[in-house]
Design a protein around this ligand. Structure first.
Ligand code: UFG
Length: 364
């Protein structure tokens, strides 16, 4: 299949590019590189041993989208492109509504005008808000605790409405729990720009000596050790779920289906810190800090539906997540900043290779 991937240079996007290429599909990557570095795509190309086109464009740029769609003629789209920093979405919500909601609408309009109606959407467990019960099933009530969460919820609703209005669409909503880890090669991984907001990349930088301690946000939750429980899922498992979702869109057209992607197990912040310390052989100094606004005590998936309908299940456990994350961190202490010369990239049309040299210098 020809697969167009938006937000392809991001953390989950780049891992998915590798898996989609490895499965024999054609890929075209689209990214505006606002929150990701082009070096990830250069590494993805090296890992997969195959080249693919890259376009630097924003999903709100209809002219650029039309050019890519006309030239590449995708049969399926995987939509990652979005802003995701929860605290930033509270401070400045408009850019989130614009990039996430308006961006998705523009993308859908462009797709509707072309012949591509298979859509795999990067959603999030954030759409469950503060769930009344765990593990969470897909039919649990949806709500949001931040503007970021509301954008994901709105995007899901838009996609449901589109599928209900026109049976030629085939849409999958993949609700990720907490994606962590890195490709086992250590060549691609999470490269947060600025101070990491999420737990695992922060711990990785503590282990790497870039930060001196981990602040644990809250130790008085109603959980076994008082710290929050989350369902951490290895990013390679997650990337492979997109292949299963792709298969589903081919078999099950005319619907919009949601799937939880998690392991079904909750791990506490303290457990993650301990597991990372074991995997890296480094001490992770801890400081207990007040609760972080908006955090919920427990969030973990019931992943049964993905197993039953997509035949997908997470295979990698916490030790492997930490070991792979540490390999990436120790081999690339500055992320992709050091990756330079790698080929050609088109500014707003269809490129056939990667040229990140110009952008590597421009991105912080
Ligand atoms: N935590 C710390 N210290 C840190 C960072 C995080 O103690 O420095 C704690 C948090 O308080 C939380 C846990 O580690 O209890 C996990 O926090 P993350 O920020 O890694 O992940 P979240 O569960 O808050 O959020 C993630 C994604 C969101 C997504 C959500 C859905 O970042 O985009 O999962 O489940 F919406």
């Amino acid at each position: 299949m020809r697969v167009l991937i938006t937000g392809a240079a991001g953390y989950i996007g780049s891992h998915t590019v590798v898996e989609v290429l490895a499965a024999g599909h054609e890929v075209h990557a689209l990214d505006n590189f606002v929150n990701a570095r082009p070096g990830s795509l250069a590494r993805a190309r090296d890992l997969a041993g195959r080249d693919f086109g890259v376009t630097r464009a924003d999903v709100r740029d209809r002219v650029a989208l039309d050019r890519v769609l006309a030239a590449f003629r995708p049969e399926l789209l995987i939509h990652f492109a979005a802003l995701k920093a929860v605290p930033q979405s509270v401070a400045t919500p408009l850019p989130f509504y614009s990039a996430n909601v308006a961006g998705t609408v523009t993308l859908l309009e462009a797709l509707a005008a072309s012949d591509c109606r298979r859509f795999v959407f990067s959603s999030s467990a954030t759409v469950y808000g503060d769930p009344a019960t765990t593990p969470i099933v897909e039919t649990a009530p949806r709500s949001a605790t931040s503007p970021y969460g509301r954008t994901k919820l709105m995007m899901e609703r838009i996609l449901e409405d589109i599928a209900a209005s026109d049976p030629t669409w085939s849409i999958v909503l993949l609700r990720y729990f907490n994606p962590v880890g890195a490709h086992p090669s250590g060549m691609i991984g999470e490269d947060p720009i600025g101070v990491p907001g999420n737990l695992m990349p922060f711990i990785a930088q503590v282990a790497g000596g870039q930060r001196h301690e981990l602040a644990v946000f809250g130790d008085d939750y109603d959980t076994p050790d008082g710290t929050c429980l989350r369902d951490y899922v290895h990013v390679v498992d997650l990337a492979r779920a997109h292949l299963a979702a792709m298969d589903w869109t081919v078999a099950g057209s005319g619907a919009c289906e949601a799937f939880n992607l998690g392991t079904g197990r909750g791990h506490s912040v303290m457990e993650v810190a301990r597991a990372f310390s074991e995997a890296s052989g480094k001490a992770i100094p801890i400081r207990f800090a007040p609760r972080r606004q908006g955090d919920v005590a427990r969030l973990y998936a019931d992943p049964t539906r993905a197993k039953r309908m997509l035949n997908w299940r997470a295979e990698r456990g916490l030790a492997e997540m930490c070991a792979d994350s540490w390999r990436w961190q120790s081999l690339n202490p500055h992320g992709y900043a050091a990756v330079v010369r790698v080929g050609k990239m088109d500014e707003s049309g269809v490129g056939t290779g990667l040229d990140v040299a110009r952008y590597a210098a421009a991105t912080p």
